[in-house]
Each structure stands twice: as C-alpha cells, then as structure tokens.
Design a protein around this ligand. Structure first.
Ligand code: DNO
Length: 395
C-alpha cells in the first residue's frame, strides 16, 4: 500500500518536509482556495503539483473535488456545475493526477459534536455523541418536526443533556456541528443551515440516490477519457442527520453505486472510521466484496456505543478489525498485481490522529489532523502492513 498523508496546502500546520519525515511518499490534497463549483485551473494544479514534487513527494490523491449542493439536488445551475466538474477532472488528468475522492453527503460533510474528547491517557480525540446531536437538532436549532425523527429515549437523553448545558456549551456545540471541519464543505450559520436542510427535506433516499447515479453517468465518461479514477467517500457518520437522506453508508449503498455505473473509473474510498461507525457493516467482508473497486483507503478506528455515539480510538484498538482490513487489502493488491492491472498499489492514509504532546493545547491544529497523532497511527499501521506482507511472502 502506498503511505499517504492529507495536507491542507501551504497554510497547513504540518509541512511537506514533516510529511516526508513521517515516512509517507504520497500527498493527499485539494485546491481549497477554489470555490466549490468552479473549474480548477491548470495553472493552479501545476503549481500545487510542483510544490509537492519539489519536496520529494507525489500528489497521490485529490481529496476532495467537492460537489456543489445543486449537483446533489440536481436543480438550479447543476448542468453548468457538472460541466465544470468534468473540466476539473480533465485538467487533473492532464497532470497525471488520477485519483479523486469526493462525497455525496447532503448539507454537512463530516460531523462531530466534541472535538476535544479527553481519553484516559489525557490525549484528546474526536467524538460524536448522539444525545448532544439530538439536543442541538431539537432544542437549539429547533428544526421543524425534528422530534419526529427520534425515539422517546433519545429525546429524554437529549433533553437532560440540553438542560445541563451552559450558554457557552451551546455555542461550542453549534460551532462543532455546523461551522465545518477540515476538508469539509460549507460553514453554516443557524439560519443558512436551516435553509440548506429545507432544500433537501423532501428529496428522500430514492431521490438522492438517483441524483448520485445521474451525476456518475454524467462524469464517468470524462473521467475514463482523462484516466481519472473516482473514489466516493462514505457518509460520516453513516446515518441520517437532520432527518436527511444518506446514500453512501452501507454495503448495499456501495453495491448500488458500483453496479449501477460499472466502470474502472467509478470506485470507492474505504474509510474504515466512517463505514465502521455502523455495527452492521462488516468491513473485512466489504473489502473482500468491493476490493476491485477500492481505490483509496482511510485507516482509523472507532469505539462504538449502543446509541450510535462513537469516538475515535487508537488506530489499532477499537471496534474495527484493522488488521483484518489491511490483510484483505493486501490480498486485493496482490490479485491486481497478478493480473497486471493498473493502480495495483492502493493509497492509504492514517485518517485522523489524537492530539497529543505539545499539539494538545495548540488551537491552530486542525481537528483530527495533528502531526504527532497521525504519525503515531501511520507508524502502527506500517508495522501491520510490513508484518502481514512478510507473513504472506513466507506462505
Ligand atoms: C474527514 C474526511 C472528510 C472527507 C471528505 C471526502 O476527515 O474524511 O473530510 O475527506 O468528506 O470528500
């Protein structure tokens, strides 16, 4: 597997030199300065690529070329936006940047309720706590009819949580949920998120899935011609938020995506932390089933709780069988190699890391994207990959 590292460009607190020192060879980055929906100009792509190459690294994956909400809704200016998307893919292909991660989550990209969840060893992790989320949705945002989307127990927990919150707790919770996390699209105010939710209110799972498949039909021919492989990222968390549909959360969802628009350019991102937040997703089985479609991997672990809450645990310790997942991925790589297939090496990145050491109290660190925490995760994962590869060679 190719070891890669997400880099938020020149403003990142982590430098390209540090990425090399951490041992990664590939960089995962995006042109975040270009507004969602606009074409990524060749010049900007060339500059970013040069910067990365000058540091002895390779731009391995684009994460993400974000989708404008109008494409997800398939309304308004969506045709022009899809044309722009195709132009961006073609431009990336010209520079040999051939793997593109994207997602199809309505309104909010990835979401957490607590960005400083203190672990036993005093490092801090990201956490999604259902009671807090429901409290925000029902009592702070006061989304119309929100209560109808939850059961009595969830509402009771949310109410007692809400009653115990200080005004500052409410402000912090709102900003964690709607102000946008690194790499996510959209930073909302209470008013703008209410409008965005309203726009998706009636589309339903069937409508959203149809729009995703139509988008794929529209862009896959261009991706194929440009030699670009798309890798859809799952919903994070993989269940409905704000009563809205989610269509990239389960093995059934992944199956419908790859089977409806069959093409080597229509691939998946196996994000272990996202798919793994549902106990009904068996990740090893998913890698075995979708192996040939997996073009990018995020390796991270989570500790689930009964009510849908979870926190991001140590990379090797939690509910995800990371070793089983890596083993299945290595098997997929060797089958690609034996068939002489392109893209036989799958890029993986250590997804998120705890805030540890000096970074713990540094407000400039992007949540989840510390240097030391991710380096710790990468080093542990590297150990697993080397060990399994050696065992495999020895039969
Ligand atoms: C969070 C990430 C997300 C993801 C995008 C993919 O850490 O996994 O930002 O990259 O949703 O489009």
């Amino acid at each position: 597997m190719q070891e890669t590292w997400r880099w938020f460009g020149p403003t990142d607190t982590v430098t390209l030199e540090q990425i090399r020192q951490a041992g990664a060879t590939g960089v995962v980055t995006a042109l975040d300065h270009i507004a969602t929906g606009e074409i990524w100009p060749e010049e900007d792509i060339a500059d970013r690529k040069q910067l990365i190459n000058d540091s002895g690294l390779e731009w391995a994956v684009v994460e993400s070329v974000p989708l404008h909400q109008d494409i997800k809704l398939r309304h308004g200016d969506y045709q022009r936006l899809i044309e722009n998307y195709c132009r961006t893919l073609a431009n990336l292909g010209k520079f040999g940047i051939t793997r593109v991660c994207y997602n199809f989550m309505p309104v909010v990209d990835w979401t957490r309720t607590n960005l400083n969840f203190e672990l036993d060893n005093a490092s801090s992790a990201l956490r999604f706590e259902m009671a807090d989320f429901v409290a925000y949705d029902v009592y702070i945002l006061q989304r119309p009819n929100a209560a109808a989307d939850y059961n009595n127990l969830q509402l009771q927990h949310a109410k007692s949580r809400f009653i115990g919150m200080s005004e500052q707790d409410k402000v912090d919770l709102e900003s964690n949920i709607i102000a946008g996390l690194p790499g996510g699209e959209g930073s909302y105010t209470r008013e703008s998120i209410s409008q965005a939710i309203e726009a998706f209110r009636d589309i339903g799972n069937t409508g959203l899935r149809a729009n995703l498949l139509a988008f794929l039909e529209d862009i896959v021919p261009t991706a194929e011609a440009a030699g670009v492989v798309m890798a859809i990222h799952p919903d994070d968390p993989p269940f409905s938020l704000f009563g809205l549909p989610r269509v990239v959360s389960t093995a059934d969802d992944a199956r419908s995506i790859v089977q409806s628009v069959p093409s080597p350019s229509n691939g998946l991102t196996m994000c272990a932390g996202s798919y793994g937040a549902r106990s009904d997703n068996d990740l090893v089985e998913m890698v075995e089933e979708f192996g040939s479609n997996i073009q990018f991997v995020h390796l991270r672990n989570i500790q689930r709780e009964q009510d849908g809450s979870f926190y991001e645990s140590e990379h090797l310790d939690g509910d995800n069988d990371i070793i089983g997942i890596v083993r299945a991925l290595l098997k997929q790589e060797s089958s690609r190699r034996s068939l002489n297939q392109p893209f036989s090496e799958i890029p993986m990145r250590p997804d998120h890391g705890h805030a540890i050491g000096d970074e713990k109290n540094n407000p400039n660190i992007r949540p989840g994207y510390s240097f030391a925490g991710r380096m710790k995760g990468l080093a542990e994962l590297r150990g697993v990959i080397h060990t399994l590869s050696r065992l495999d060679q020895n039969g």
